[in-house]
Ligand binder design. Structure first.
Ligand code: PHE
Length: 472
């Protein structure tokens, strides 16, 4: 991926970002995506607001940042695809080669996430055209909701947009993504943040801003269940792209002398700011128009267009917004597929083009399940249980295909992947190796080490055990 198009060297993994800044941009591109603007507001709405947001923020600080440092560090030390990085590091530290499984878990999670991510990105893409032709101009909240319904009810449309999005992702990954990525993240992401600010100002002047802000920031702990805490923690992993190797492989392209700690903090702060801005733009509209905050995955698609339909220059801002949202999704999508593509190139000797096509096709097929979850299969539900000893633990309880995949990846696979990375970095690697790679001052290093050895694993375990009902 750090290769330029047309170079003869196709094994992506030996080249490097041009600077620390490029790494920040790439990792921020991976982190900022649908998770911040689409998912954060809707799961916050479903889980009652303030208390959920507070738990999410605590998870970013105590779990997200230390694990991100661990993940970047593992990648930079291994300098290969996550699967081979884990194999190499386990060998170097005289540990079991079973750690390679961590790489596979990540590849699987990346495939599953991208399969539905692409469907939602397809919604955003279709809204670029809707806003451009003025579909939402002067629409009521009901009108906007029924336009959204019209999209999700139609599997053919959804498949078309999903296909276009996967195709663009494959095309970029096939070429080596550095060029497109740098430009997108350097110029376009700040504009996206700018439009979010415009929307927040719109909400401030034209909607019940206070109610929206109180919903987001006033914690009412009676509204929060063990399941909600798991969702908040899972989202901290999802939004920072942690636990599946995306940040690990980006770390593998990071220059040796770049500081890992401060870089990770910058990325986490930027990512969190975007999510909070999105929340502040959306919830005032939700309350002003009497919409349901817990309505689910369609939340931004049935609220923001109301604002675009009414504000001056709305069609212009709306088109730009959905275009940039699509681009933000794209810079995340390429990081979801890159671990698999890099592995196919390294181990199977495929060209990047073939590796991208094979992975993309597999993901496309899986995505059809999510497409159908919104229409034909909307009442077909899955339940998933695991048996541990005597007790049967429900993981997914009567959820659609889309919701099941989302639950499985965000709430189980990413936290599990992140937990294993923390354990590997904290226990299986020598102090000498981690200290050298992180390059932190003694105090900062000690804090990090306590976090990955004790705080992070214990918190993740407690949240898991509560959510499956083993702890009360
Ligand atoms: N962080 C991305 C987002 O918020 C999604 C993502 C998850 C990307 C995991 C890579 C790995 O949209």
């Amino acid at each position: 991926m750090a290769n330029e198009t047309g170079t003869t060297m196709h094994s992506s993994v030996h080249s490097m970002w041009s600077s620390r800044l490029t790494f920040i941009l790439a990792a921020t591109g991976s982190a900022v995506g649908l998770g911040n603007i689409w998912k954060f507001p809707y799961i916050t709405g479903e889980n009652g607001g303030g208390a959920f947001v507070l738990v999410y923020l605590v998870c970013i600080a105590l779990i997200g940042i230390p694990i991100m440092m661990a993940e970047v560090m593992l990648g930079r030390r291994g300098r290969k695809s996550p699967i081979n990085t884990m194999r190499a590091l386990a060998a170097a530290e005289n540990r079991s080669s079973a750690w390679t499984m961590l790489g596979w878990l990540g590849v699987a999670a990346g495939f599953l996430i991208l399969s539905y991510y692409s469907v939602i990105a397809g919604w955003a893409l279709s809204y670029v055209f809707h806003t451009a032709v003025g579909t939402f101009d002067g629409q009521t909240a009901d009108g906007v909701a029924s336009i959204f319904q019209g999209l999700t009810d139609d599997p053919e449309k959804l498949i078309a947009w999903h296909s276009i999005f996967i195709f663009i992702t494959m095309a970029i990954v096939a070429q080596g993504v550095k060029k497109g990525l740098e430009r997108t993240v350097t110029y376009l992401m700040p504009i996206l943040a700018g439009i979010l600010v415009v929307l927040v100002v719109y909400a401030l002047n034209n909607a019940d801003f206070r109610e929206g802000a109180e919903f987001l920031f006033f914690p009412d702990f009676s509204k929060i269940s063990a399941g909600a805490v798991l969702t908040a923690m899972g989202h901290a992993f999802f939004t920072l792209s942690l636990g599946m190797g995306a940040i690990m492989i980006y770390g593998s392209y990071m220059p040796d002398n770049a500081p890992i700690g401060s870089t990770c903090i910058v990325i986490a702060v930027a990512d969190t700011a975007v999510a909070l801005l999105a929340g502040l733009a959306i919830f005032p509209l939700v309350f002003t128009y009497g919409l349901e905050p817990g309505q689910g995955a369609g939340l931004i698609f049935s609220t923001l267009p109301i604002a675009f339909g009414q504000m001056p220059w709305g069609s212009f801002f709306g088109t730009l917004f959905f275009l940039l949202l699509t681009l933000a999704a794209l810079t995340s999508a390429i990081s979801l597929i890159e671990p698999a593509v890099a592995w196919l190139v390294e181990n199977k000797g495929l060209s990047r083009v073939r590796a991208s096509i094979y992975s993309g096709l597999g993901i496309w097929v899986l995505g059809l399940g999510s497409v159908l979850s919104f229409n034909v299969w909307s009442d077909k539900t899955l339940s998933l249980t695991v048996k541990i000893g005597e007790s049967v633990i429900p993981l997914v309880d009567k959820a659609t295909f889309f919701d099941s995949i989302d639950y499985l990846t965000s709430n189980i696979m990413l936290p599990l992947g992140g937990l294993l990375m923390a354990l590997f970095a904290g226990y299986s690697m020598s102090i000498a190796s981690t200290k050298q790679e992180l390059g932190l001052k003694d105090n900062a290093y000690n804090i990090w080490r306590v976090l990955v050895r004790y705080v992070t694993p214990i918190l993740v375990l407690i949240v898991f055990l509560h959510a499956i009902g083993i702890l009360d």
